[in-house]
Design a protein around this ligand. Sequence first.
Ligand SMILES: [Zn+2]
Length: 328
Amino acid sequence: MATEHFTSKARIAIGSIWKPLIVTKTNNFEAAKTLFSAIIKSIMLYDVGIWGLQYTAEMERVAVEFEKGFLNVPKYTPGYMIRLETGRTHLDYDIIKKALSFCGRLANIREGRLPRKCWEKMKLQDRTNADNKKNWISQLKNKLKEYGHIEDNVENLKTATVQQSRPSVLCFTGSTIIIQVLKKIQSKLFETDQNRMLNSTYNVIYKRIKDNVTSLRAQYLNLNIPTTIKRIIAQIRLSGKLGWIAKIGNGLSYKIDGNEICQMCNRNEKEDIVHVLKKCPQYQQIRPVSLNDMEITDILRFNNEKLIWETVNFIKTSLKVRAFCLGE
Ligand SMILES: [Zn+2]
């Protein structure tokens, strides 16, 4: 199947991305993202507008896998949190955009030519055949319906106004410019992730630390700090009810079940990230003043470098103390 072919090729390409990222010790998430776009998207999303409309979920999984690998967070971290953290739009958007662009190219082809005949035939089948699962036009229409574009009918693309294949100049009948349709799809996808975040039982703090009026990536990912530090921050911010895994470098990794009671103190509280950062009295001696003074939500925003270094160093030391005391 096309999707298996392209996703497995993409996974192999991901392997080739890691080496230059590690060798160059890049701290720049933008650089990693650019590499991802250049290599993965060109392989996995090759002509995806034609074959991929049914398989967007599989392809999105590959993209999320890459980002989880970059952030070094557990595989069970929800995809919506990864997208909100990195500020990336779900691949549905890219795939629909490519499909609409392809539509424009077809609508622009002279009548009588083979691709145009196929396009007309597919439109006819879409209208007359109830079982249209394999029909590309029907798939695209269904995708648009998913995002509320019921009236924006693909088959009514106004060929007269189509001058180029760029989506920005394509129009549906009624002059709905496709770029507006794409913007709405992008907003809807962000809204869906945002709603999942607001209703999340996996992580109830994230909605309070995520700037929910924008789809921009978390600030710390843009700072010029080592990737190892960004990863520890991501592990803390994206931790959830399944606990948290802190990989603090030099092969040291700690897994903490946030549902279990803290064995380091007698407060009878769950050992979640809030307990370790703010409450556990056993770490009071090594806890920076800023952590005592600040609200947990302000700490977890990690938006200034001084606080980042203080918090990450505290986490590293407290986890070593914990491991020593508990004999782990
Ligand atoms: Zn404790």
